[in-house]
Ligand binder design. Sequence first.
Ligand SMILES: *Cc1c(COP(=O)(O)O)cnc(C)c1O
Length: 390
Amino acid sequence: MTGIGTTAIHGDDGLAPANAVSPPIVQSATFSADSDEHFTEVATQQRSDAFYTRYGNPNHAQVAAVVAELEGVQAGLVTASGMGAITTMTLALLNAGDHVIVQRSTYGGTTSLTTGLLTRFGVTCTQVDQTDVDAFARALTPQTKLVLVETPSNPLLELTDLAAVIDLAHAHGAYAIVDNTFATPVNQRPAAFGADLIWHSATKFLGGHSDLSAGVVVGSAELIDRVWQTSIVTGSTLGPIDAWLLLRGIRTLPLRMARHNDNALALARALEAHPAVARVRYPGLASHPQHDLAARQMSGYGGVFSLDLAGGRAAASTLLAELRLAKRAASLGSVSTLVVHPRSMWAAIVDVEQLAGIGISEGLVRVSTGIEETADLLADFTRALDVVAG
Ligand SMILES: *Cc1c(COP(=O)(O)O)cnc(C)c1O
C-alpha cells in the first residue's frame, strides 16, 4: 500500500479511461447494453457502475475506491449525504427487535435516527457515555446488533476507546460502526481497531470546500454489498458531478488535514488562556481528559475544537458577531473557518433538555478551523474574545 498522500491521488487508478488524467464526469442516468445477455449481466451485478446511476456510476466507484483504500478496507459506496449513509446502513443491518447502542454525545442526526425514527420500527436503543467503556459493556444485550461510535464526537470532542469498544461489540456478536467524519483517515483508521463499517459525512473534511453534500460508507466487500442492496431502495443517490467534486476534494485531503490539525492546535492552545474562555475542548490539548487515549489512537487531532464561554449565550452571540474571518455557519471541515452555536443549531432535531443533558451548554461554540494562515486566525479570535471579555 502506498502512503496516504499517494493513495489520495492514485487510489482510483484503473477505474477511469487510462489517458484521462482527471476522470470524466459521467453525467448519465442510465447505460446501454449491447445484448440481452449483457443487460441481464449489468442489471444483476452487485454495485454495478454501468447499469443505472442509482445502482452505481463510474464517478461513484472512483471515489468509493479511494476512500476504501485510505481507510484500509476492501470496498465502499457513496450516498447523497452523511445521513443518507447512516440511514441506509442501519436499515440494511437491523430488524425489528434488534437493539442499538449509541453515544449520548454524537451528531444530532444520529441521535434523531436512533432514538426516534428507528424506534418506530421496533428497534430499541440505549444511549451511553462514550468516555466510559463499562457503560458500553452494561448496555449490551443479547439483542444488540450495532454499536455506533463517533470519535472525536460532535460537538464536545469526547473520545471513544476504539480498541476496547470494538472488541466488546465483537465479543457480543454485534457490529461496530464508526463515524470517522471528525478525524478523517489521515488522523485515525478505525479499521486498524477492527471496525466493521466506517462512514463519513463527506460534506465535511473529505469534500473539504463546503460546495457539496455527500456520504461515504466503507468496509468489507460482503458488508458493503449488503448496504448497497438497501441503498438501491433508499435511493440516497449522489449526483455524478458531486461525486467528481468529492474526488477532487479528496486529492488534497492529506495536505489540508495537516493545516487543519496545525491551526486547531495553535488556536486551542492560545485560547485556553483567554479570560473569556472557561474551557477549550480539543483532544490535542494536554488538558483534555482523554489526551492519552487521543495520542494512542490518533495520529493528528483534527480541525475542530469547542469553546465553553464563561459568559454563556450572550458571550457566544458576541463572539460570533465579532469574528471577521470565521463565518457563522453550520457544517465543518471547510477550507474556511466556520463557527456555530450547537445549542441553536440542533434545536430542530434534538430537544433542548436532551441537549443540556449531554453537556451542550448555552455558552458552547464549536470552531472548525479552515486552512487560512494561523496568525490571521489567532488575531481574529483574540480580538473577538477581547470584546467578549469587555
Ligand atoms: C455533518 C455530520 C453528519 C451528517 O452528515 P450530512 O452530510 O450533513 O448528512 C454525520 N456525522 C457527523 C460527525 C457530522 O458532523
